[in-house]
Design a protein around this ligand. Structure first.
Ligand code: HEC
Ligand code: HEC
Ligand code: HEC
Length: 134
């Protein structure tokens, strides 16, 4: 009896693990190069980003305003991380904070937290994401 229950639970867990991602109506794009929004001046080189390399994470971990259905917004869209000035860097509305804030949903914030927890993490050094221009 107990064994059957265990098998059922494992089966249910497996169904959840594989069925969940396909619940999303939107597909994640392939490899991307992230740049400053149009009109802003870049001081650093563009950053390579791979959805595949982050497939283990829930979409909403990064797309934190997404309802799971509507079109996914860009980080720099109206009402989001729009401020590209150097002065506003520390504010949550800054473009900079979207990628570097000490928050789990930012690139650097998450990578640093994972590193601290001694788990597999992405790069944390400036030059590893913004390679020196040749
Ligand atoms: C995990 C990757 C990652 C790391 C590490 C990282 N950044 Fe970024 N940074 C990004 C992303 C993504 C953007 C947004 C795309 C862009 O502007 O190229 C960005 C944008 C920026 C911008 C605004 C755009 C510009 O070109 O002026 C600045 C300034 C910046 N980063 C500085 C730094 C500095 C300084 C460090 C080290 C302290 C650093 N970054 C570390 C990913 C990273
Ligand atoms: C580790 C963070 C992260 C995760 C997890 C993630 N994404 Fe993204 N995604 C991004 C970033 C960063 C961008 C670029 C946003 C921008 O251009 O401002 C992006 C862009 C997109 C875009 C294009 C939006 C546009 O208009 O350019 C779509 C669609 C998308 N993601 C879907 C997904 C889906 C679906 C999932 C879950 C299966 C997912 N993403 C998981 C970080 C993530
Ligand atoms: C919520 C956590 C989280 C966020 C947010 C996140 N990452 Fe990562 N990232 C990881 C983890 C975990 C790994 C290590 C995966 C592995 O080695 O299995 C990783 C690996 C990477 C790698 C190396 C592997 C690869 O995919 O090429 C790069 C580069 C990277 N991240 C860039 C970024 C950038 C740029 C952003 C922001 C746009 C970002 N990450 C946001 C968790 C995160």
């Amino acid at each position: 009896m107990k064994k059957t229950l265990l098998i059922c639970m494992v089966a249910a867990a497996l169904v959840c693990a594989f069925a969940l991602p396909s619940l999303y109506a939107v597909d994640a794009p392939g490899d991307m190069v992230l740049k400053v929004p149009a009109g802003a001046k870049a001081t650093k080189s563009p950053v390579a980003f791979s959805h595949k390399g982050h497939a283990a994470l829930d979409c909403a971990k990064c797309h934190h305003t997404w309802d799971g259905k509507a079109a996914i917004k860009k980080c720099s869209d109206e009402g989001c991380h729009v401020d590209t000035s150097k002065k506003g860097k520390k504010e949550p509305t800054s473009f900079y904070s979207a990628f570097h804030a000490k928050k789990d949903m930012s690139c650097v914030g998450c990578h640093k937290a994972m590193k601290k927890a001694k788990k597999a993490a992405g790069p944390t050094k400036c030059g590893d994401c913004h390679p020196k221009k040749k």
